[in-house]
Design a protein around this ligand. Structure first.
Ligand code: ATP
Length: 614
């Protein structure tokens, strides 16, 4: 795997526009070897045919001149040779059309396959990454961009690379024919085209570097775009009348990017024009040379025709190559982004050998946090410091604490979404990192504050709690009963088959509290889980409903471990043990009664809330 820093190094080499061509071709080859060969062949044939046609053109003119001469000398008609050449040219034209059509068809088919392959690679990679990656804005942006152009960019780069190759073949075959006229004319033509070529490659490289450097601004602009145009944001933006402010921000970012891009475009085009003139002058100088040689009889009329065609087509091949080069930097940008994403080191960075145990040495020991400290990547202060905890089966633990005190972070560590920076977490006496991932995760059922509202049918939203019973209708109903969701589901027109959310036709939106009941039912679906975690999933319900649900939850999880995060003391008091967190540390712990006796933070907050209810 390449280290990140190297892939970030911007290649100063002018030939840098080709830096991802090899990888793009490899990707295409892996997608379909037969189509790659087919495209390469069609490209080769399309590259050679123009020279062949120019050559036959010469033969036609010379044959016509010879036939005319023959008629003048003998007064008999013999133009079969000329006609044969005409037929041959017709065949070559058909062959050209066939090669081009087959190229287009193969490219279109390959585009579909390649888009699917790249998207699958991106999504497969996403499954191996840690949560920290998704929380890193720059990385997340890479993922989004990689997916956006997955079906077009790699193929575009391959097409341009092949297109350049085709033009190179055409120009080489032209060069072979021109060689006969004079090697010097060739030297002149190459020398004339070279400045434009170098300029184009250089400016493309500059544009590539600029786009990379400007990528945070582009990202910012995209973000403002979503604020202004997405249903989940537009409500608040309208109400607070932020539209104009955000639009102005959108324009300002554009102006910064625009001025610089404009300068680059103008520089590129004026240099392109100036250097292009050199090429044109040289070109027409050589043209005049050919015409003169024909007039003085050094070459035949047929040869002149051929050379003129070679010149004209040669010039368009050169300009097509320049266009390809200037388009390549964008494709490069895409591929550099794609490969940086695909080469991101994966989740397990622990230097310790990983074991994959499916059970611990002390069954029923439960969960232990031993001196656990945790820093989020790049965070100055730890989100958790020196946490010590023990929860045994049949016990429930409630975590309270002000916002940002580390409650959710603790759950993220318990579910192995992150690894502790110091200390360790044990389940049945075995460090979490030595657990087989599947064995560990089947034992845990979590509902986060921001649980997923799948835009699927009601039943599947519940079934998502247990992949092995995803479609189990009886299971859905049982879990819905435990989650207190069956009543309102019964009132939905299509019951468990009701499509939820607004994304798809006929979808129905639920209230916040109803969604939470679905989420609870989802947790109950996880039959084999003996660690159940509720991270404020009932916040949208009233205090009474929350307490009832938790009580009910405890009854159904008697031999299990239940962890509840809540700001409501009326629910919290029902737990066997309560911990109070502050700035990532456990400040107080005990039962409701013992904590009240301590007269500390818990007692203070409880009294405050109790007063509010009175
Ligand atoms: N992904 C993250 N990256 C960096 N810092 C984070 C991240 N998530 C949380 N934090 C920080 O870690 C600390 C603890 O956050 P956490 O989400 O655990 O708090 P919480 O107690 O669950 O809060 P709340 O009651 O508001 O849900 C906070 O200071 C927060 O800013």
């Amino acid at each position: 795997m390449r280290p990140k820093s190297r892939s970030h190094t911007v290649d100063k080499n002018m030939l840098g526009v080709f830096r991802y061509s090899r990888r793009a071709i490899t990707l295409v080859w892996q997608t379909s070897p037969s189509l790659t060969i087919g495209i390469a062949l069609a490209t080769l044939i399309s590259g050679l045919l123009p020279a062949a046609m120019a050559y036959v053109g010469q033969l036609i003119v010379d044959a016509v001149v010879a036939a005319m001469q023959h008629y003048e000398d003998s007064k008999t008609l013999d133009y079969r040779t000329a006609l044969n050449y005409v037929v041959l040219e017709g065949i070559l034209v058909i062959a050209t059309a066939a090669a081009q059509r087959s190229l287009a068809a193969q490219q279109a088919i390959l585009r579909l396959l390649l888009g699917q392959k790249v998207n699958t690679m991106i999504l497969e990679k996403a499954q191996t990454l840690s949560l920290a990656h998704f929380e890193d804005s720059e990385f997340y942006d890479k993922l989004i961009r990689a997916r956006r152009d997955a079906s077009s960019r790699p193929l575009a780069l391959v097409n341009k690379t092949f297109g350049l190759l085709q033009n190179a073949i055409t120009l080489t075959s032209f060069a072979i024919l021109l060689w006969k006229f004079s090697p010097w004319v060739l030297v002149l033509l190459v020398a004339g085209a070279l400045p434009s070529f170098i300029a184009e490659a250089k400016f493309s490289g500059d544009a590539f570097r600029m786009s990379r450097w400007r990528s945070p601004e582009f990202r910012h602009q995209n973000y403002v775009e979503t604020l202004l145009a997405r249903e989940d944001h537009i409500k608040e933006v309208r109400l607070y009348q932020l539209g104009q402010r955000f639009l102005q921000r959108y324009r300002n970012i554009f102006t910064t990017i625009f001025n610089e891009t404009k300068r680059l475009i103008l520089r590129r085009e004026s240099w392109g024009f100036a250097l292009g003139i050199i090429g044109t002058l040289v070109f027409y100088g050589a043209y005049g040379w050919i015409v003169t040689d024909t007039v003085i009889g050094a070459i035949t009329l047929g040869q002149m025709t051929m050379y003129l065609i070679l010149f004209k087509q040669g010039q368009s091949a050169v300009s097509a190559s320049l266009t390809s080069i200037s388009g390549m930097y964008e494709d490069n940008l895409y591929l550099s982004n794609l490969y940086e994403y695909l080469e991101q080191p994966t989740a397990n960075t622990s230097p310790l050998p990983q074991k994959n145990s499916t059970q611990g040495p002390q069954p029923n020991d439960g969960i232990r946090f031993e001196g656990v400290t945790f820093h989020y990547p790049d965070a100055a202060k730890p989100a958790l410091s020196n946490i010590n905890l023990h929860i045994t089966p049949g016990q429930s633990l409630a975590i309270v604490g002000e916002n940002g005190s580390g409650k959710t972070t603790l759950i993220k560590l318990l579910t192995r979404l992150y690894e502790p920076s110091e200390g360790r977490i044990l389940l049945d006496g075995l460090d979490l990192k030595n657990w087989d991932e599947t064995a560990l995760l089947t034992r845990i059922g979590v509902i986060f504050q921001d649980f997923v509202r799948y835009q699927f049918i009601v039943g599947e939203n519940i079934g998502a709690g247990d992949d092995s019973r995803f479609d189990d209708e009886e299971g859905w109903k049982h879990a819905a009963q435990l989650g207190k969701a069956s009543d309102f589901i019964g009132e939905l027109e299509q019951g468990y088959q009701t499509q939820l959310g607004r994304w798809f036709k006929g979808g129905q939106e639920l209230s916040g509290g109803q969604w939470q009941k679905i989420a609870l039912a989802r947790a109950f679906m996880r039959q084999d889980a003996d660690i159940l975690v509720l991270d404020e999933p009932t916040a949208a319900m009233d205090a009474q409903a929350e307490a009832t649900i938790f009580q009910h939850f405890q009854e159904h999880t008697k031999d299990k471990m239940a962890i509840l995060i809540s700001h409501r003391f009326s629910t919290v008091r029902l737990a066997h043990e309560i911990i109070v967190m502050e700035h990532g540390e456990i400040k107080e712990r005990g039962t409701h009664e013992s904590l009240l006796k301590q007269q500390g933070q818990y007692a203070h907050l409880f009294t405050l809330q109790a007063k509010g209810y009175r």
